[in-house]
Design a protein around this ligand. Sequence first.
Ligand code: CP
Length: 348
Amino acid sequence: MQAWSYHPAFPPVLGHVTKRDFLSSIDISRHQLEDMLELAARAKGKRPGQVLAGKTLGLLFFDPSLRTRVSFDVAMVQLGGSCINLSRDDLYELEPKEQAVMDGIAEEHVMDAARTLSRYVDALGVRSVTRTGSWARDRQEVLLRSYARHATVPVINLETCFEHPCQAVADIFTMREQLLQLKGRRLTLAWSMHPDPKPLGPTHSVLTLAAMMGMNITLAHPLGFEVDDEVLQRSRGLAQESGGSVQVVNDLRAGARDSEVLYVRSWGSTKYWEDSEREAMVKRSLSDWRVDRDLMATTQNALLMHPLPVRRNVVATDEVLDGPRSVIYDQAANRTHVQKALLMQLLK
Ligand code: CP
């Protein structure tokens, strides 16, 4: 007897890895990404039915969220399952270090939390974007990886300082809805001004998946705001394999020129990750890294993308965010559909 019955229009698609975590944009191949996009398109067009009836997704938010929290909750409801949402205030202070002598503030080891939660829920999502002050440490996604190591159910990355793969799949899905095919299309990933140092997750994940899809990517950022070198190199490798390219420029206007998709977002400097005052000082001269009507006019009628939340009239003007080429709410809405596809694939 089959463990699960699926609506015939929504057969399970992926069959990868034993405990199928989704921690990074490189946890899926190009083929698997295409499958997920196809399943998401079907799930958007027609409700898949109660295929996850009786299943529970545990969502652990160590940092705030609007879209990720609500879109996962709605996705589970639409599939017949349910979510348990927990925030930092609901949880004990956690110790992720193996074999730690726990005589500090941490009340519980991640190992125990992950093993216990695995007895209650069918999959776990973890968001943790809090900076420790060390890029070398934050790029290791210690809390997420510790949950993934110890949980016996699939673990999903809901955003770290290093990756935001669910956002990136929704963004690729949105680009494809608009442009139909992505190979050879010109995407600009543009840094923007923001008063706070933001995590690099969305930028790293979109860069990786867009390279996988064979897009011609221009990464535009000021000096000092380089993305993680390993991510840049792996994206160049993926782009080469798929017929795309990745170039870096340190000028917003040069980066945006003739772009077909202008994806704007701020991120913190890995160079000044340990010194946010220094970063704030450097940023004082960068307020013109902002998208406005004049910049949009230099593009090839580009789509304007941002993963939200957005600082209006700092990152981009009201006029362009609310303009005809903005797809910011489509990106947010598509989170639900790609996450339905992901959940069906992970929990089949
Ligand atoms: N884009 C995104 O992840 O939004 P939230 O931080 O609101 O979840």
